[in-house]
Design a protein around this ligand. Structure first.
Ligand SMILES: Cc1cc2nc3c(=O)[nH]c(=O)nc-3n(C[C@H](O)[C@H](O)[C@H](O)COP(=O)(O)OP(=O)(O)OC[C@H]3O[C@@H](n4cnc5c(N)ncnc54)[C@H](O)[C@@H]3O)c2cc1C
Length: 387
């Protein structure tokens, strides 16, 4: 099998890249190790930055998001039993869309298949070869057979556990990493949200987040120690803890049946460079952020917009400048998002250290009283224009 761009992974990054290349008239093949039902049901992110929402609309993928998603003009911070709203529209003139990653993936998959795109589910990439030549290859298994996909370029959009990052030669690649001593216990509940916008709560017992997937479904998170067993958190305990950590006078948490429960470890990681020879990394394959800043999905989609533009230039007029600049350009946005995600995480999660506790409260009070401080949060959360 031969194609122009071989894409590993049918997550949001791989699927959007394949779609953008199709719009530019460039053929690609997507290899995805899981089946379609699994990929479409995987619960993950839900906040779409202003610029990413525009990208989805411009590429013909905004119709359902605009009809069924929810526009949010701000978030609420809660600490010390009180609440402060960060008004995005007022502070920076932007907003975000609440639109689940599962829905983005469903729309992208349906669109690629309707356009005759090749998305091969059950195809597990096992090796990337020849990246320093003009014809790299992706070895993969499909229906028990060993296959080879030959291409001009390989885009590894295969997430944190994929083979893309490990295929960059040692000596070329450098990894920067920070681990955190806590995780998120995330639950999905069949109950209308108890708030109109996302609530980020800092409490002595730990961080809590109230988010939503729709007018009927709430998504909630609790800071828990690493290694926590979700089975130790029956429904009753989850609701009690959420109510306590998010309490402010006059507010009540609506409760309903939990439909899923899972643990998300927190990690910051950046791989540099994000390309070598004919291999390009995009999304979680290249970088991970703790989810506090809602950046993982957004970074993945920004990466592939840049990569698609580089490939379009290469195939339309032979210019390779944008492709050569891909890693440097993507990394500028990545490091900004890494810093913001780290900052939100350390501001809101408890470490048990009394000095940290005082610093957090001081900074939260500063945010609540300073327009300049709140503007920085609003700008970064809604997504900065491309540097
Ligand atoms: C549990 C969890 C919760 C999250 N919550 C949030 C959140 O609330 N907010 C937020 O902003 N971000 C969140 N994220 C991060 C966000 O979901 C990711 O940043 C986003 O999925 C990145 O998209 P991607 O396409 O780069 O990678 P992925 O979505 O991971 O897609 C990679 C794809 O590659 C496939 N693949 C892997 N290896 C191979 C192989 N060898 N061969 C073929 N296919 C392969 C995988 O099956 C997968 O489908 C969360 C992530 C996780 C894991």
């Amino acid at each position: 099998m031969r194609t122009r761009v071989g894409i590993i992974g049918a997550g949001p990054a791989g699927l959007l890249l394949s779609h953008l290349l199709h719009l530019a008239g460039i053929e690609s093949v997507v290899l995805e190790t899981r089946d379609r039902a699994y990929v479409e049901a995987r619960q993950r992110a839900g906040v779409v930055e202003h610029g990413v929402a525009r990208l989805l609309r411009h590429s013909g993928l905004g119709e359902r998001m605009d009809r069924e998603g929810i526009t949010h003009d701000g978030i609420e911070l809660r600490f010390d039993g009180r609440s402060h709203r960060v008004d995005f529209s007022d502070l920076c003139g932007r907003s975000v869309e609440i639109w689940a990653q599962t829905e983005i993936v469903k729309d992208l998959t349906a669109r690629r298949l309707a356009d005759g795109g090749q998305v091969l589910f059950g195809a597990r990439a096992t090796a990337i070869e020849g990246i320093e030549t003009d014809s790299p290859r992706v070895r993969h298994t499909l229906e028990g057979r060993e296959e080879v996909l030959e291409c001009d370029y390989v885009a590894a959009c295969d997430g944190f556990h994929g083979i893309g990052r490990r295929s960059l030669p040692e000596g070329v690649v450098r990894t920067f990493e920070r681990l955190y001593p806590f995780s998120w216990l995330g639950v999905l509940a069949d109950v209308p949200p108890s708030c109109e916008e996302l609530v980020y709560a800092r409490h002595e017992r730990g961080f809590a987040l109230h988010s939503m997937r729709s007018e009927e479904v709430s998504r909630l998170y609790l800071q828990v120690p690493n290694g926590t067993d979700p089975d130790d958190w029956p429904e009753e305990r989850v609701w009690e803890e959420l109510a306590e950590r998010m309490a402010v006078p006059g507010w009540e948490l609506r409760r309903g049946p939990l439909t899923s429960k899972g643990l998300t470890p927190m990690r910051s990681l950046v791989t540099e460079p994000m390309s070598h020879g004919r291999l390009y990394l995009a999304g979680d394959a290249a970088h991970i952020v703790p989810p506090t800043g809602a950046k993982g999905l957004n970074l993945a989609l920004h990466d592939v917009a840049l990569l698609a533009e580089g490939l379009r230039a290469r195939y339309t007029h032979g210019g390779t400048g944008a492709l050569e600049n891909y890693s440097a350009a993507a990394l500028r946005r990545v490091w900004r998002a890494e810093h913001f995600s780290y900052w939100m995480t350390t501001l809101l999660h408890t470490s048990g250290d009394a000095f940290d506790h005082r610093l957090q409260l001081s900074h939260l009070e500063y945010l609540a009283s300073s327009r300049a401080a709140s503007t920085q949060l609003a700008e970064n959360y809604t997504g900065l224009p491309h540097p």
